[in-house]
Structures are given as C-alpha cells and as structure tokens.
Design a binder for this molecule. Structure first.
Ligand code: GUN
Length: 291
C-alpha cells in the first residue's frame, strides 16, 4: 500500500510556485494577489480561509482577507464582489462556501468575473471544464488529478466510481476523469443517495473517489483488492483529547480499507492540502493571463 501524501505533494507544488513567483518579481512583473471573502464565523470555513491566506504568504503572493458579517445582505455582498471584479490589483478571488441561508449562492458565484474565478465555480468556467477547454479547474478535483499524476496512478481504461455528485467535487471529478486527458480516459460511474446496490458497484471499482461527507462510510467489504481510494471527506468530530477540540474523519474507514489498497489518501494530509496548493496554482495562472 502506498500512501498518496497530499501534504508532501502540496509542499512540493508550493515550492515550485514560490520559485516562479521569485522569477516573476525579479522581472519586475506584478506579484500575484489572491483575495478571499468569508461571510460569518463558521469554524471550518474560517480555518480553511486562514490556511489559504497563510499559503499565499508562503509562496510570496499578496493576499487580502475580507471578513463580512453573518448578517450582510445579499446586495451588499454582491457590491463587494463588484469591487473585487474591478480592482486591478487583485488577480483572483474566492467567496468561501457555504454562505448563510438568506444569500443565494448561485447568484453570488455568477457575479464573480470568470477571469478572476480561481475556484472555477462560475458556469462559464464549469462549461469550459466540461468541454475540456483551458480554464480554472476547481481546486479539489484539480488537486486529485495532480496527486494521481504525480504518483503515476493509471486511470486510462480503469473503472472509477465517484461517490457523491456535489458541484464542488463529485460532478466535476466524474467529468474530468472520463475526458481524454493525461489523467483521464476512465470509465466513470457516479453514485449518490438514490443509487441502488451501491456495494455491487463499488466492488467493481479500480479507483474510488469518496466525496459524500459521511464519516467512515466506505468499508473494506465494499471494495476489491488492489484499488486506489481517494478520500475527500473531512468531517469534524468533537474530541476533547485534541488541542483543537476536534478530530477529522474521512469518508473512508482507513484502517480496514487501506489493507486492500494499492494507493490511498490519508485524512488529514491527503486531498485537503492539495486543494490549497491548486488554488494557488489557479491564482498564478490568473495573474499570468492578466499581465
Ligand atoms: N467550501 C468548501 N470547499 C470550497 C472551495 O473549494 N472553495 C470555496 N470557495 N468554498 C469551499
């Protein structure tokens, strides 16, 4: 069993980006600048956004964190997005999801300038991704592709089973892996809450991408030998023995599943760190495109 070490791979990618940033700066070009908008105080969201901003510092990017009240109106948030769209110093920005219930998430995403949409969530960018045209690929699926590539996990002709059909992970992942691309050419089955005989399907998988948000959902009796398992789940479970007060659980029962795997991602230290590295990659791309 080989551990797909997202933490180490993300560090490698960040080092590669830092080298490029140094070159960009030495040539007198603009420093890449990422802005992150966060609405409210959701603990997990605040942690993720802080990690994104910290990662910017590590690679030499400029960053801006825009913290807005839980009670901000949709109109005021849309105004804030308008300001970021028109701010020439900012190359790309993200609005951390989820948003409070009184705000229409789709409306907010559609207000972002597609050229600054480094999350790749705007319908224009999702459409380009689906057509295999150059665009910003969302950080989590992009990170999974990169991890599979760097560890030379073969996908061509393999049966990939994606658990979950979210707009952020399951849906784009299923599209990307079925495409004609370096990490792709797979036969993809996408499973969700209405799927019948799930175990029959997962037992046929060469590669499983688990992105349903149910802790330790995938068990050893649901998989065959020599599979590759990518665990996208990150559920926080209260744990008073931890300094943070919680521990993270993936969608995969790691101890039993890993025994049957060729490759598997751990939680934490698998897909999570890759997501941040790929957001930086998209921001670098946005900056290059603009200058
Ligand atoms: N919430 C969970 N994942 C993401 C992400 O990749 N981007 C944003 N903006 N919000 C998220």
């Amino acid at each position: 069993m080989i551990l797909l070490d997202g933490k180490k791979t993300a560090t490698d990618i960040k080092e590669e980006i830092a080298i490029e940033v140094k070159k960009i700066k030495s040539k007198g070009y603009k420093t890449p600048h990422l802005a992150a908008v966060i609405v409210g105080n959701n603990g997990a969201s605040v942690t993720y956004v802080n990690a994104k901003v910290k990662a910017c510092e590590m690679v030499g990017f400029e960053s801006s964190l825009i913290r807005l009240s839980e009670n901000i109106s949709e109109e005021d948030l849309l105004n804030q997005i308008h300001i970021l769209n028109n701010d020439a110093t900012i190359d790309g920005f993200i609005v951390q999801l989820p948003l409070p219930n009184h705000i229409d998430e789709q409306k907010v995403i559609m207000a972002i300038d597609p050229d600054k949409d480094v999350d790749g969530f705007h319908p224009m960018n999702v459409g380009k991704m689906a057509l295999n045209l150059p665009t910003f690929i969302s950080a989590t699926p992009f990170g999974i592709l990169e991890l599979l590539e760097r560890y030379q996990v073969q996908t061509s002709g393999k049966h990939v089973v994606v658990l979950g059909r979210s707009h952020i992970v399951g849906s784009p992942m299923s599209i990307l892996l079925s495409q004609k691309r370096k990490v792709g050419d797979a036969t993809v089955t996408i499973c969700h809450s209405r799927t019948k005989n799930l175990k029959e399907i997962t037992l046929q998988a060469d590669i499983i991408i688990a992105a349903i948000g149910i802790p330790e959902f995938l068990k050893a009796d649901m998989i065959k030998e020599n599979v590759t398992v990518i665990d996208v789940g990150i559920t926080r479970l209260e744990d008073s023995t931890k300094k943070s007060g919680y521990r993270l659980l993936g969608d995969v029962a790691f101890d039993e599943v890993s025994k049957k795997c060729d490759f598997i991602t751990p939680v934490p230290g698998g897909v999570g760190p890759m997501t941040i590295a790929m957001l930086l990659k998209n921001t670098l791309l946005a900056c290059k495109r603009r200058s």
